[in-house]
Every structure is written in C-alpha cells, then in structure tokens.
Write a protein that binds this ligand. Structure first.
Ligand code: ARG
Length: 462
C-alpha cells in the first residue's frame, strides 16, 4: 500500500532505505507541542473564516487535545512510516475523529507547518536558555560579592600581570553572559514572525487570516513573503551562532577552572559534587564537568557550521535538505543548557584558596606597574622613564631572588635615588587592587558595587 498522506499517484511502498533516509520522526517528535498548538490555531482560523464548519473545528481541537495527552503520557505510537510529527499527528487525528481530520490540512502545507513549529520550538529554547543564563549570572554575582576583596593574580599571556580581585574576574563572565542573553533576545525578536499561511510556497486562494493565527501563536505578525517563510532557516542559524558564542564563553571559564584547580596552581577547590576520582590514581580529583563544558563547545559550533553548509546554495523555496536543520540544533541547545547548568553548580560550589590566591597574586613581580605608577605620581617621572627604572629594579629583585616589596630601599635607590620608603605602600597586593578605582576596575569597592547592581537587576527580572 502507498502512503495514505500523499500516495495518491504512487503504486507501491517506498524502499526500506527510502524510509530510513526520509523519516524525521525520531527527532521531530520533539515538536509535538508546537505542532499541536499550531494546528489548533489553524483550525480555529479556518472555522472563523467559514472555510471549515465550527463543528469540524471543535472535533479537530478535541482530537488534538487527546493526542497531546497521549503523547505526554507516553501512550502515543509514533510510526516511522508516517515520516514526521506532522503526519503522525494527522493520521492519529483521523483515527480519533474520522473524516473531519482531513479538513485540517486545508490551506496549509507541511512546509509552512514545519517552519512554524520549529520557530515556536526555537523561541521556547531561547526562553529556556535565557533563564538558565540568568541563573548562572546570579551564581557568579553572588560569589563575586562574597569575594569582592579576595586578591588573586590577574594574567595576560597566562603570566602574572597585575593583582586583581576574584570577584572582578567572576563579574567579567557575568558581563559576557549578559551579552549572550542580548544576542538571544535580538534573535528572538527577529524570529517572532509567523510563517503559517505561506502554505507550500505561494500562499493560497482560501480567504485565510494570517494575522489571526500569528496572534494566537504569540507571533508579532505574519511573515510578509511566503517563499521566504518556507525557505529560510536563518532563525536557526542565528540561534546557533548565539549558542556558539555563549558556549565559547563558558568554555573559557571552564578552562580556567581546570587550570586553577590543578594542584600545581591550587587557586580553587572544586566540590566533590563536580569532580571525579581516578580508577587507578587514588589521589585524583578530576574537574570532569569543566572539561566536558569545554568540550561541548565543539558540537555546538559544529552544529552551526553544519547547518550553514546545508543551507548554502539551496534554491528557493522549500527543499528537503531543510529537514536537516533540527538534529544539530536540538543537540546544541541541549548541550548548552546542560553546560550552563553544570557551570552554575560549579560556580556555587567552588571555593577559592584565599591564602594561596594572595600569595600567587604577589608572584612574578605583579606590582611592578604599581611601582612605575608611584614613580610617575610621587617623583613626577614621565611614565616611560618610570617604566624603565622599574624594569631595572625588577631585574635587581630577580637577581637577589626576592619579591619587590622585600627588596631593600637602598637597592631601589641605586636605580632611582629619590625613592623613599613610602614606595612600599604601593607594592602590597592589597594596596594595589584597592587603588584601581577607575570605573570598571578591580578595586573591591567597585566590584562590590557592580555585584550588587547585578544582583538587583537579576532579582528585578526574575
Ligand atoms: N519533515 C519535514 C521537514 O522537517 C517536513 C516538511 C516536509 N515537506 C515536504 N514537502 N516534504 O522539513
């Protein structure tokens, strides 16, 4: 027997391999909620416009509700032979309500149906990712407030550069997550137009009301071009691009967690909840969760690259290639959600080794810039000259094998005779961070204010 949904002109069944390559139900079943919502909106509109009877619309709506609960309770028998979610739902509807089911597909095509369903799905994904990122930001800001005065080494080139505060470092990721959320919000607004009613590609001769279905599905308006509506998937690309950037941000932090928690550095301790042991080396506490967050970036970025390739060179309008827009995107969203949640947990649980951080903060002559600034301020040296004198003093400290604040005043004066003992005030790491009160700088006072501002903002929005 040929396919009962489209098999009118077919004499025989598809080859089993055809079924394997053609079917999408294994992944697009995840669109069931969106598919049923869109069908209900469409049926209500058809009835309102007199295209189907109110009674048929009612039967359709009831049937769809039944299907929704069948799926949600795990009682629905998905069939690969019915290809996708759209035909699985419609076929079950026919079993439940008979011929009225056949009227639902009036003035509709799977092309505008799938475009609508997936837009709704991606919109939901944006909302879930946004909420997850807000939770991550909250965890970061709370920890930042707690550690606004905790001094740690700040790095450039992964070399000790200048002391910073741990809170300041954490708040950097709050800012990145804020821009990630901004990208999701921008893309969400652009996505929020309804393809429903574009039908196969050209629109329809039925007197449909696209504004009505758009509104009832929460879209801002119907899409203005029916070819565009069924052919483009830029909303998925934008979502994946935003996901990829967010994942890259998480990955950088994950990498820092891996480095910091290594006993060689020992700047932080991860909780037992987010580490694993080794089956052979009993001493090990491996940061697996952070490593996996770092790794998941690969599949998320890969999903973006993959879909770019699928869409590149596709003529208008719908091509079956577009069915390949879903698996990678669904996988990427899942991977990112999991990554955000794991990072949130790690942030909540991780504890800095405050003493070790302070000690490390002073290593590598990290207050050399403070010395140069002091020479510039107290002795009115041009900064370039101060920089040079400081370099010579650092060389002397290295020669003597001591930190800058342990170098005898006399040795400093051999480089610059006007240096007084007041210089030592500038060389302690605490003084260093406290002095950096410029807007956005690392001073504990500024970090505290920023952390509070974030917590207030995050609470107001929650
Ligand atoms: N499963 C299909 C997809 O995801 C639905 C659209 C099928 N349309 C068609 N003309 N065969 O793209």
């Amino acid at each position: 027997m040929s396919n009962k949904m489209w098999g009118g002109r077919f004499g025989s069944k598809p080859d089993p391999i055809m079924e394997d390559i053609n079917t999408s139900i294994d992944f697009d079943r995840r669109l069931y909620r969106q598919d049923i919502a869109a069908s209900k909106a469409h049926a209500a509109m058809l009835a309102k416009k007199g295209i189907i009877t109110a009674q048929d619309a009612k039967r359709i709506a009831h049937g769809l509700d039944t299907i929704l609960s069948e799926i949600e309770s795990g009682k629905f028998a998905f069939q690969r032979a019915l290809e996708d979610i759209h035909m699985n739902v419609e076929s079950r509807l026919a079993e439940l309500i008979g011929p009225a089911a056949g009227r639902l597909h009036t003035a509709r095509s799977r092309n505008d149906q799938v475009a609508t369903d997936f837009r709704l799905w991606v919109r939901d994904a944006f909302d879930a990712l946004d909420a997850a990122l807000a939770g991550y930001q909250r965890a970061l800001a709370e920890k930042a407030l707690h550690h606004a005065g905790t001094v740690m080494p700040g790095f450039t080139h992964l070399q000790p550069a200048q002391p910073v505060t741990f809170g300041h470092h954490l708040l950097a990721y709050v800012e990145m997550a804020a821009r990630d959320r901004g990208r999701f919000a921008d893309a969400r607004a652009r996505l929020n137009e309804s393809p429903l009613g574009a039908v196969a590609l050209a629109g329809t001769s039925f007197p449909i009301d696209r504004n009505m279905t758009a509104k009832s599905l929460g879209f801002a308006r119907p899409m203005a071009n029916s070819l565009d509506a069924v052919a483009d998937r830029d909303f998925v690309l934008e979502m994946l691009a935003a996901c990829a950037i967010a994942a890259v941000h998480l990955s950088r932090f994950a990498e820092e967690i891996v480095i910091w928690s290594s006993p060689l550095l020992g700047l932080i301790r991860l909780s037992d909840k987010f580490t694993t042991g080794s089956s052979i080396m009993p001493q090990k506490r491996n940061p697996d969760a952070a490593e996996l967050v770092r790794a998941k970036t690969g599949r998320i970025v890969g999903a973006l690259a993959g879909l770019m390739m699928v869409i590149k060179g596709l003529p208008l309008a719908y091509q079956k290639d577009l069915q390949e827009d879903k698996e990678g995107a669904m996988d990427a969203v899942g991977a990112l959600e999991l990554s955000i949640t794991a990072m949130t947990g790690m942030v909540r649980d991780l504890e800095p080794d405050v003493a070790r951080m302070r000690e490390a903060a002073g290593e590598g002559y990290s207050t050399a810039t403070d010395l140069a600034d002091w020479l510039t301020r107290a002795l009115k040296l041009p900064f370039r000259d101060a920089h040079h004198a400081t370099g010579r003093i650092v060389a002397k400290a290295a020669e003597a094998g001591v930190a800058l604040d342990r170098l005898p005043l006399k040795v400093m004066q051999s480089v610059e005779p006007r240096i007084t003992k007041a210089v030592f005030g500038a060389l302690a790491v605490d003084r260093s961070v406290k002095s950096r009160r410029s807007y956005g700088g690392t001073a504990p006072s500024g970090v505290r204010a920023q952390a509070r501002r974030w917590l207030k903002r995050l609470k107001a929005k929650a």
